[in-house]
Design a protein. Structure first.
Length: 255
């Protein structure tokens, strides 16, 4: 992916990694369009950042995705980068029948169906541009599970394999597939995460991501140093130790 000269749509960019990445990409000379559900928040962000475009979109709603995607393409016909950023992470208890089903369905709808529907809405547009990119967003937890968030872990593992698969299908087109794999970052994704000493400062994460995009334009995965502990545990042969560490388990796998 080129670091500049793109027209980029980032649904799910009203806070956290999405907003920080949108502003960093705009500073590099890209036209950036953000999307989110809260109109007042979109209006405040665009007022504070002149030149940033915004659309109200609900990525859990197929009709909203279809309608807004058509509008974005009509009003920004040069759009050549899609970054489906919207995602949720929730604690679940799979030991009880009423402890997870509703939450799991919400996570699958947001984290898996949302990106799939967005890609479907933009795939013809992206193939019409000479150089295009789909940047998916998985997680270090796609490769090593956090015990309390089963559906989130699974959703991000699905995004990883989806990215690997569609990259093969799109190999002969103008569309490249780039997978962003964040570690834990200091955002409001989970309660207390913004203050966590374990989580990576947001500004440090974004700075490293931008450096990787700029210095590795042909990369297929964007991996900051902090995520490699999770990403390569199985390859290194210390997967069980990685899982135990992030879940604070004893040598017998018990909390």
């Amino acid at each position: 992916m080129n670091i500049s000269g793109n027209t980029i749509f980032i649904p799910g960019a009203t806070s956290g990694i999405g907003l920080a990445l949108a502003l960093a990409l705009r500073a590099k000379g890209n036209e950036v369009i953000i999307g989110g559900r809260r109109t007042e928040l979109l209006e405040r962000i665009t007022a504070e950042n002149p030149g940033l475009h915004a659309y109200r979109i609900d990525t859990t709603d197929p009709e909203s995705i279809a309608t807004v995607s058509r509008q974005v393409i009509v009003e920004h016909p040069d759009v050549n980068v899609l970054i489906p950023m919207a995602g949720i992470m929730r604690v679940e208890d799979w030991t009880r029948a009423d402890g997870f089903l509703d939450t799991a369905e919400q996570i699958v709808t947001t984290n898996i169906l949302g990106p799939i529907r967005l890609i479907a809405a933009f795939i013809e547009q992206l193939q019409s541009r000479p150089e295009s990119t789909i940047m998916t967003v998985s997680s270090g937890l796609a490769f090593a599970p956090l015990r309390v968030t089963p559906s989130y872990n699974a959703s991000k593992a699905a995004i990883h394999m989806l990215s690997e698969s569609i990259r093969l299908q799109l190999a002969r087109t103008s569309v490249r597939v780039l997978e962003l794999e964040p570690p834990s970052v200091r955002t409001d994704l989970m309660p207390g995460q913004a203050e966590s000493d374990f989580a990576m400062p947001l500004e440090d994460f974004i700075a490293e991501v931008m450096q990787l995009i700029e210095t590795q334009p042909d990369a297929t995965e964007i991996q900051v140093e902090n995520v490699t502990f999770l990403r390569y545990g199985e390859a290194r042969g210390d997967y069980e130790s990685v899982v135990a560490t992030i879940n604070q388990l004893d040598p017998h796998g018990r909390p």
